[in-house]
Ligand binder design. Sequence first.
Ligand SMILES: [Zn+2]
Ligand SMILES: [Zn+2]
Length: 111
Amino acid sequence: MADRCSWCGVGVGLDDGWRAFEPAGARRAAFCRLEHVFPWTFRGAHWDAGDFDEPPELGEGPPRCSQCDAELGEVRIVLVRHRDDARIADAFCSTEHMADWAKSGGRWRSA
Ligand SMILES: [Zn+2]
Ligand SMILES: [Zn+2]
């Protein structure tokens, strides 16, 4: 097990789950399910210390917030979905927007 879920503590394998990073603060978190991002954020978002350790080609995520489309500056949250060997990155202007996005179902939201 590479990580533990920052919300429920369950082990999260490298080929599964979600990793969140705040590169400017050298902070990270892990989640077993997207649904655990929202309660984690609203109970205080307890980050762990840690650097961005995803493949460098992901960079620091897309240039705009996936939730509100704001252009991102130095402070950004990057959320990386692990699915087998695939890595899919989204980025957010704040932890709150990551949580709102996660709550509404992420990339697969219906509306
Ligand atoms: Zn969890
Ligand atoms: Zn935003």
